[in-house]
Design a protein around this ligand. Structure first.
Ligand SMILES: Cc1cc2ncn([C@H]3O[C@H](COP(=O)(O)O)[C@@H](O)[C@H]3O)c2cc1C
Ligand SMILES: O=C(O)c1cccnc1
Length: 344
């Protein structure tokens, strides 16, 4: 369904030679060097980040009514209104750093007012409670993958060549943990964490409910699509579609924290070649994020002890991605600058 080309490694030697010829000791720009090489592979010899687009997908979760978060389900819609008014952390960072921000309703309990400026990609009015029944149907999964892909295509058509992904959905660390457990063959207790910061008793209930969900759907947890249908969330599915859509177009995706990484993991399980289009922005304080990053062999750019979501970690990594592209494009080589070549 998605047509994703593997990234060509043909120019790797040339790319590395160009980086090594820059006026600095070899390797001295650390993690920015492989990042620059990655961007040159994806965006060509003159990589420049253009019209970066941050897509924040919002959805509600049936499991949220079971009290697995510090916040009640209605906070999803309230935060979406806050996004629309420009008052959330993601708004501040997007304004500061030059992201185009789009807020997408992937399936909140009720649709926001039309004049709020939220894009309608609704898959339903919140998912089913995963510990009692499936979150959604396979048809909804397919629909959601297409919605995500379409949002990315629309930004790409306007000139975007980098996508950032974020989410809002009270209860979504429970769904994300269930998806992670199923995709990685882990137990609930390895994947469930404190999310918004729940207390020990709530954490215990959250673990039990996720465990119950995994047991209930055990026979159906056989493919990424079926896992998403059984225990996923509408925003997780649409983020997965956005990643696959970006990979199809050959543009990189900056992945945010725990929930966005679950979507990335689902994308990679569906189409392993999509892995190469992912840039991991930060290491979330959500405990299980590290396990997933290790599984994906990802070394994120930032470690700020953040655990907010909304795309905030991805937003903050943009200047580093720009710096990598810019040094590759603009920095002088030893011969340009008339400096004695110090490469061994
Ligand atoms: C005011 C507020 C703003 C947020 N912005 C992102 N999240 C984050 O918290 C939620 C996931 O955590 P849990 O599974 O514990 O509910 C998601 O909405 C996520 O984006 C927020 C949560 C709250 C309360
Ligand atoms: O890392 C995240 O994305 C995260 C962690 C906790 C709560 N919300 C989001």
């Amino acid at each position: 369904m998605f047509d994703i080309a593997p990234v060509s490694r043909e120019r790797d030697e040339q790319i590395q030679a160009r980086i090594d010829d820059k006026t600095k000791p070899r390797g001295a720009l650390g993690a920015l060097e492989p990042l620059a090489a990655h961007l040159a592979r994806l965006l060509g010899e003159s990589p420049e980040i253009k019209r970066p687009a941050m897509l924040v997908f919002a959805a509600d979760h049936g499991i949220a009514s079971a009290g697995v978060s510090i916040a009640p389900p209605e906070v999803t819609a309230q935060m979406v209104a806050n996004f629309a008014a420009g008052g959330a952390a993601i708004n501040v960072f997007c304004r500061q750093l030059g992201w185009q921000l789009e807020i997408i309703d992937a399936g909140m309990l009720s649709a926001p007012p039309r004049d709020m400026g939220v894009t309608d990609c609704r898959l339903g009015a919140g998912t089913g409670p995963i510990y009692k029944r499936a979150a959604m149907t396979l048809g909804q999964v397919e629909h959601g993958l297409n919605f995500g892909r379409e949002r990315v295509r629309s930004h790409h058509a306007k000139g975007a060549n980098l996508i950032g992904l974020g989410e809002m959905g009270i209860g979504n660390t429970s769904s994300a943990a269930a998806v992670m457990a199923a995709l990685m063959g882990l137990e609930a207790k390895d994947c469930v964490g404190r999310g918004t910061g729940v207390d020990a008793a709530t954490l215990k209930r959250k673990q039990m409910l996720v465990e119950q969900a995994l047991l209930l759907h055990l026979d159906m947890l056989t493919s990424p699509e079926s896992i998403l249908a059984c225990v996923g969330g509408f925003e997780i599915v649409e983020m997965t579609g956005a990643i696959l859509g970006a990979a199809e177009l050959g543009i990189p995706v900056l992945v945010d924290g725990f929930i966005a990484t679950v979507a990335a993991l689902a994308a990679v399980k569906m189409f392993p070649q999509s892995r190469e289009y992912l840039i991991f922005a930060h290491r979330s304080a959500e405990r299980a994020h590290g396990l997933m990053l290790a599984h994906l062999e990802a070394e994120p750019l930032l470690n700020l002890d953040m655990r907010l979501g909304e795309g905030t970690g991805a937003a903050l990594a943009l200047p580093l991605v720009q710096a990598a592209a810019n040094f590759y494009r603009e920095m002088a080589s030893f011969s340009d600058a008339g400096i004695t070549d110090v490469t061994p």
